[in-house]
Design a protein around this ligand. Structure first.
Ligand code: SF4
Ligand code: SF4
Length: 231
């Protein structure tokens, strides 16, 4: 997931020990005119925050098949209100990390980049800390873990599709869908499999097991279900 406006990187190749700290003035300018991409865990956290299912959340608060957070007509995030972020405790990873970006490659190697500030940002950078400390302050750990698990799922689906000899039409459809998600171009495809509550309920029904209550447990079943369904 990334902030997809034309933000340039002012520093890259950073790691968790790199010097970094950031004071945010809470001016809320960064919650406007952004394309916030979401994974199923982030959707589940915000759906839980709103007290609704992931299916309802996807329908009400996302676009492009459930992969992007909806914006209001004035460009503000759908969760921005006069007091700030109305889902703050469950906000997506990209919102927690800003002005840092995080990338993980197919071998699991993690690097961080510092995004060049937008002119409107009133935040101040410091070096009296480390990226590791900043991540802890932002409560980023469960979100990074989930991002890594879903990225790994995406890599595995792509591998699987490359290895398998599916019927051409079936293979093309699945491959196009997975590639579209990877390329942030998923809007025209059926992405019901990214809906955690729907997929977990379906998997548990077919397996004759109870649907767990916790998001972490649901995420484990969700990833298992998608893997099995794709195999
Ligand atoms: S989810 Fe919250 S922090 Fe993220 S862009 Fe929306 S209002 Fe801002
Ligand atoms: S624009 Fe900068 S200072 Fe304003 S809320 Fe966003 S990060 Fe904080």
């Amino acid at each position: 997931m990334e902030i997809s406006l034309a933000l340039s990187l002012s520093k890259t190749g950073l790691n968790r020990d790199s010097a970094f700290n950031f004071s945010c003035s809470r001016c809320l300018a960064c919650c406007r005119f952004k394309k916030i991409q979401l994974n199923p865990y982030e959707i589940a956290r915000m759906a839980d925050n709103r007290g609704i299912s992931t299916s309802e959340f996807i329908a009400r608060y996302t676009t492009t098949g459930g992969t992007v957070l909806r914006s209001n007509q004035d460009g503000s995030c759908v969760f921005l209100n006069i007091e700030g972020c109305s889902v703050h405790s469950d906000r997506p990873l990209v919102c927690r990390l800003y002005p840092l970006g995080r990338q993980v490659d197919s071998l699991g190697v993690e690097i961080f980049s510092q995004i060049e500030f937008e002119e409107t940002c009133k935040g101040v950078l410091h070096e009296n800390g480390t990226i590791e400390q900043y991540l802890a302050e932002q409560g980023a750990a469960p979100f990074m873990r989930a991002a890594d698990l879903y990225l790994d799922l995406l890599w595995r689906l792509l591998d699987l599709l490359n290895e398998q000899e599916l019927e051409p039409s079936q293979s093309e459809t699945i491959l196009e869908t997975v590639e579209a998600v990877a390329a942030d171009n998923a809007g025209e495809y059926d992405l019901s499999w990214i809906d955690m509550d729907w997929a977990v309920a379906e998997y548990c029904r077919l397996s004759g097991i109870s649907v767990p209550k916790g998001i972490d447990e649901k995420m484990g079943i969700h990833i298992k279900a998608v893997r099995e369904w794709a195999a």
